[in-house]
Design a protein around this ligand. Structure first.
Ligand code: HEM
Length: 310
């Protein structure tokens, strides 16, 4: 529509608004909007007495002095914080996963669903860091990359613990940590312990679904081999959802977790491709092509397999 002012139409011009004094034209602040909060109106504990403070409880002196930049490059701070934040979220994820495993072990799944819910939200935070990191250009990163030496996420103890706990395990990964180190010992222990999926399959069997003895008694230190009988057992759960709703819900929670893990791997790979292209990684792998291999990984393979059969 033509909104140009009409001219020569015979319509009289609108009367000019009467001019107001300058002060009257100042916008007034609505009463509910504050421009500052005066804490002196609150009964604040200005003196903490013998109590610990916020910073002491959270060990903020340690947390906030752990960003030791090796260069004077502006983006190194981002790089360090994004890794540290990811490690903190992984820490919480591991904590929740151990809670889930305990619930599965005692066949008490309801409380585990609250933990699964939290794990999903933590995974959303882990995914969100890629968005922040992608604001770093290849030039920004190459300005300090050589200072990293051989340091790489490949050596992340918590990431490997997560994978081992979820069932994706390979003994060789432990060797990147010196024999006898805390990391080496923790990973060797995790390699021998049943994974979340091992515990879930044990529960499935206890509830009368046919999980082969060879699967239940498998060598835990070896990568899991998918089984057609396990797919059939899960299909039984899905067809019997009314009877065993908690097992059905558990299955879908596992699929959710696996799905989000795959998204993390994909986003990591695409961020790496965007920032270093096809250069080898500081950890010694070929880089993007190594990360791309993990995109085929399925933590709970039969839960994906059964979808084709439904
Ligand atoms: C500029 C950013 C990043 C680049 C260029 C990068 C690059 C790489 C590369 C090339 C690898 C393969 C191993 C190697 O040879 O080094 C790798 C592995 C890894 N990175 Fe990153 N990464 C970045 C950010 C992150 C962040 C923010 C995290 C979060 C903790 C992370 C965690 C990991 C983990 C856990 C692995 C091992 C993956 C596996 O073995 O499956 N990376 N990274």
């Amino acid at each position: 529509m033509n909104r140009a002012p009409r001219q020569g139409t015979g319509v009289p011009p609108e009367p000019a608004m009467p001019t107001e004094p300058a002060t009257a034209r100042e916008p007034s602040v609505p009463p509910e909007v504050a421009t500052g909060v005066d804490p002196s109106e609150e009964p604040v504990h200005w003196d903490l007495g013998a109590s610990q403070s916020y910073a002491e409880y959270l060990r903020l002196d340690r947390l906030l002095s752990a960003q030791e930049l090796l260069s004077t490059e502006h983006d190194e701070m981002l790089f360090i914080i994004v890794h540290q934040v990811s490690e903190l979220w992984m820490r919480l994820m591991l904590h929740e996963l151990h809670g889930v495993i305990e619930c599965v072990q005692r066949d008490d799944l309801d409380p585990s669903f609250k933990m699964f819910d939290r794990i999903g939200r933590v995974q959303a935070q882990l995914l969100a860091v890629w968005d922040v990191l992608s604001s770093m250009t290849p030039a920004d990163y190459s300005s300090f990359r050589n200072l990293l030496g051989r340091a790489s996420g490949f050596q992340s103890l918590q990431y490997r613990l997560l994978e081992f706990t979820l069932g994706n395990r390979h003994a060789r990964y432990i060797d990147v940590h010196p024999a006898g180190s805390t990391a080496h010992i923790a990973l060797s222990r995790a390699l021998q312990a049943p994974s979340l999926y091992d515990e879930v399959l044990r529960l499935l069997s206890q509830r009368g679904y046919g999980v082969p003895a060879a699967v239940l008694g498998r060598d835990l230190s070896q990568p899991y081999t998918p089984s057609k009988q396990v797919t059939a057992a899960w299909l039984g759960v899905y067809h019997n959802a009314d009877e065993d709703w908690d097992l059905y819900e558990l299955a879908e929670r596992l699929v959710d977790l696996d799905h989000r893990f795959q998204l993390w791997r994909f986003q990591h790979m695409k961020t790496v491709e965007r920032i270093i292209g096809y250069k080898p990684g500081t950890g010694g792998t070929a880089g993007v092509s190594y990360l791309a291999k993990a995109l085929r990984l399925r933590l709970f393979p039969e839960l994906w397999e059964l979808r084709t059969s439904m």
